[in-house]
Ligand binder design. Structure first.
Ligand code: NAD
Length: 418
């Protein structure tokens, strides 16, 4: 079962690539090159645990492509992480960076571990040793890690410090998503949710919906979901439902987000919020809202429920929340999708800004960062929309086609060495 899941993540990534390659008529030579990852490093490394025992962990760093610039991609700590999944995620990063036009290739890293079961001390030792093991690949000009599932700004600070200790001086540009105190960027925490908000507003403008006050349901109330909820609410939309892994709540008149935030901090989740009724996560996905934002985990809208989605616009905040089969069903039903590759790209765009600020040792105000984010992500949206309309393809395929074309151009013009 686990092996099947592993195979399918990379196969799905290659399947999406093949479809995009067909759209742009990619040559067989370039297709063979881009279909594979460039480098894959597997490391097994010992960590001394708090009880004195030694545990050997396995981790990976994969670079899919570096034709357009240094590789960029997060590091995930998760028990089910594996090489095939990391390869798939590295490939997705190549397309994501190219789709939004930032000068990076794509990479990803992971350690198979459950960070919730490690002490802070064990987490730090694991992180510093893993950073040392992959130090032959990473660095500001080569490959720049960032947080992903199970990692956070503190983990990034440890990686930056480890690389800096090896170099004998501070190398702040070696990772992004760091705390602001050590070269992190203003606006980074909200960036994925902010990008999703900007694109939801652009899509609504394009679609000319006549809803007086568009309503929104958000699955997942974590970093992406909470930022999106707050910012969409500030933009005048009505958030009628949200959920987390423990439950979902609904109030057709709109949720009081500041009261909900207080409730979440006390209760540790959205469940039991008094000013709303409890529903299931499945019901949340099928509510008759203007906008649905899946911002939790992958494979939430599938061939089983895509026919029941009643939102008119889906902004895919979480990576791979919609399966390829569901893509087709949503498209056939006239439901507009803003795909993950751009919907949550605010994170990597502001990571790029962080790297640029670190390299020039000159930091920008949050307002400037948000303005630049708006420019980059909105430009990408309209370029992809243009491709989608011109080629009569859905937004995801259009995003992939545009991205693959950019990477193929860079790969071809550079030629094959030697
Ligand atoms: P997070 O861990 O902060 O939040 C995830 C939320 O989803 C939590 O509220 C959790 O309880 C909820 N959840 C988990 N399983 C659920 C389920 N079955 N039903 C409903 N809710 C469920 O994670 P995040 O950083 O917000 O990331 C969410 C998604 O966005 C992931 O796919 C991630 O890869 C993607 N993403 C995150 C960033 C980022 O910078 N945080 C950037 C780009 C993409």
């Amino acid at each position: 079962m686990a092996v099947e899941t592993r195979a399918s993540a990379y196969q799905t990534a290659q399947r999406r690539f093949d479809a995009a390659a067909d759209v742009i008529g990619l040559s067989d030579d370039t297709r063979r090159t881009l279909r594979e990852v460039k480098r894959e490093l597997t490391v097994h490394f010992p960590v001394r645990m708090d009880d004195g025992s030694v545990h050997v962990f396995t981790g990976w760093r994969v670079q899919h492509n570096i034709s357009r610039g240094p590789a960029k991609g997060g590091i995930r700590y998760h028990p089910q992480a594996n090489l095939e999944l990391v390869k798939a995620l590295a490939m997705l990063m190549t397309w994501k960076c190219a789709a939004v036009g930032i000068p990076y290739g794509g990479s990803k890293g992971a350690v198979a571990c459950d960070p919730t079961k490690l002490s802070l001390n064990e987490l730090e030792h694991l992180t510093r040793r893993f950073a040392t093991e992959i130090a032959i690949l990473i660095g500001p000009e080569k490959d720049i890690p960032a947080p992903d599932m199970g990692t956070n700004p503190q983990v990034m600070a440890w990686i930056m410090d480890t690389i800096s200790m090896h170099s004998g001086h501070s190398v702040t540009a070696s990772v992004t998503g760091k705390p602001v105190d050590v070269g992190g960027s203003e606006g980074r925490t909200d960036a994925p949710g902010r990008g999703a908000t900007y694109l939801t507003l652009e899509a609504l403008k394009y679609l000319h919906f006549d809803d007086q006050t568009p309503t929104v349901a958000i699955q997942g109330f974590g970093q992406v979901g909470r930022s999106a909820a707050r910012l969409l609410d500030e933009a005048g939309l009505t958030i009628v439902a949200v959920s987390d892994s423990k439950g979902a709540i609904h109030n057709p008149k709109g949720l009081d987000l500041s009261a909900l935030e207080e409730h979440r901090q006390v209760r540790g989740g959205v469940g039991g919020f008094k000013k709303a009724e409890s529903i299931t996560n499945e019901e949340l996905l099928e509510l008759p809202v203007t906008v649905l934002v899946p911002a939790a985990i992958e494979q939430q809208i599938t061939e089983d429920n895509a026919g029941k989605i009643r939102a008119r616009l889906v902004t895919e905040g979480a990576n791979a929340a919609v399966t390829p089969e569901a893509d087709q069903i949503l498209h056939d039903r006239g439901i507009f999708l803003v795909p993950d590759i751009i919907a949550n790209a605010g994170g990597v765009i502001v990571s790029y800004f962080e790297w640029v600020q670190d390299l020039q040792a000159f930091f920008w105000e949050e307002e400037e960062i948000n303005t630049k984010l708006h420019h980059v992500i909105t430009r990408a949206f309209y370029e992809i929309l243009h491709m989608s309309v011109n080629k009569h393809i859905d937004m995801r395929l259009a995003a992939y086609a545009l991205a693959v074309q950019r990477v193929a151009n860079a790969t071809t013009v550079r030629g094959i060495y030697p």
